[in-house]
Write a protein that binds this ligand. Structure first.
Ligand SMILES: [Zn+2]
Length: 382
């Protein structure tokens, strides 16, 4: 067995009504003035205000920036950083899906160390602890509440840059399934598949360890069991709790095992054509699972049995059965079947493949991948 290491350097609370723990978490951090980073939908629904009110109730004033967009940009990070600095706040609360969390992590870096987030691109460039951050996911999910990554879109070069540092991991994560009940069906589907892809890619990654496998297996089990139910009825709190816990474990798994070709190839799809991250992943998934089948060492059957409603046995199992199952799941969740259906055109494939090859995830994908392979996989998914 290869050497491996792990830590989960944060406090995580999961449970119905756990949002009420926010003031307690803020106090534990030693925060005296909070700054909430969220999006327009949660602001309109009054959830931003209820978080601010809860903090103010214990004498902690709270300001907010609620303009994060899907695939958030370098400019949004600049605007949010300026607002944070002007507010005089000393800790951050990320409330929402992956976008507010990516922005909050980036603000936590730039507000403390200066410059532009583009200067911190890559691994190990964050010099030390960032501004203390409490993450409250409202989708299941990106797992961003426990990951060491912030992904920001640089429109000047149509590129999604990744900042990777264990310093980005939020100090606290509060996972309250009640916050998941208002997600539209399309968001539930895209985010749910994204969480499943995190678990699946971390599980198949060449950097997987017994620790990340344990996290990925439980994530696949929880997501496989609950994704259809949660999509069908987002007010089903048991299903919502299964999804948010699965998404959490998947996030921990890929923070240590990284991902694979699906994520390497989906970032350019989002950067060039503004396709939501989860949708891009979901469309690419069956094509890449088929490509990786040659490298399968027995994990495909396990994945199949976590996701399928009827188990398969070793004697009858073939890797294409997992591919078919994932195509069927996309259909059930209303995910478009091809890149063409979401407006992707082949004229950008060359530039997209160059960007995909820059991803660190290519190196840990179970099957070796060249630019030529990426091009034919994009063609196939088109
Ligand atoms: Zn993802």
């Amino acid at each position: 067995m290869k050497e491996f290491s792990f830590s989960i350097p944060q406090e995580i609370i999961v449970g119905q009504g756990s949002l009420a723990k926010l003031p307690e978490a803020a106090k534990k951090l030693g925060g005296s003035h909070g700054f909430i980073i969220s999006g327009p939908r949660l602001n309109k629904m009054g959830i931003v205000k209820s978080c601010a009110d809860a903090l103010e109730g214990v004498g902690i004033p709270a300001d907010a920036f609620t303009e994060t967009e899907g695939n958030p940009s370098v400019e949004t990070v600049e605007k949010a950083t300026k607002a944070f600095q002007e507010s005089g706040a000393d800790f951050l609360i990320a409330l929402g899906g992956g976008s507010p969390m990516d922005v909050a992590k980036a603000v936590g870096v730039v507000a403390k160390y200066g410059g532009s987030i583009t200067e911190y691109e890559g691994g190990g460039k964050v010099p030390g602890d960032i501004i203390p951050l409490i993450a409250i996911p409202t989708t299941a999910g990106t797992g961003s509440e426990v990951t060491a990554f912030s992904v920001i879109t640089d429109h000047s070069r149509n590129y999604k840059l990744t900042v990777f540092s264990y310093k980005l991991i939020p100090s606290y994560a509060i996972l309250d399934p009640e916050l998941l009940t208002t997600a539209p069906a399309s968001v539930a589907a895209a985010c749910g598949i994204d969480a499943m892809v995190h678990a699946l890619e971390a599980y198949l990654s060449k950097a997987a360890s017994p620790f990340s496998d344990a996290m990925a297996e439980k994530a696949l089990e929880l997501i496989g069991k609950n994704i259809r139910r949660y999509f069908a009825d987002r007010t089903d709190l048991e299903a919502a709790e299964g999804m948010i816990t699965g998404s959490l474990f998947a996030g921990i798994a890929f923070s240590w095992a990284r991902l694979g070709d699906v994520h390497a190839m989906s970032h350019p799809v989002s950067a060039f054509f503004d396709v939501p991250h989860g949708v891009a992943n979901a469309i690419l998934l069956p094509t890449i699972v088929e490509y990786n089948a040659l490298a399968d060492n027995g994990k495909y059957l396990k994945i199949y049995n976590y996701i399928s409603r009827t188990p398969a046995f070793e004697e009858e199992f073939e890797p294409f059965m997992l591919v078919d199952l994932l195509v069927e799941l996309n259909e059930q969740l209303g995910i478009p079947a091809s890149l063409g259906e979401v407006g992707v055109t082949a004229d950008k494939f060359d530039a997209m493949a160059d960007d995909a090859m820059k991803s660190g995830n290519i190196a840990v994908n179970p099957r070796s991948t060249t630019k030529k392979d990426i091009l034919s996989l994009y063609e196939k998914a088109l």
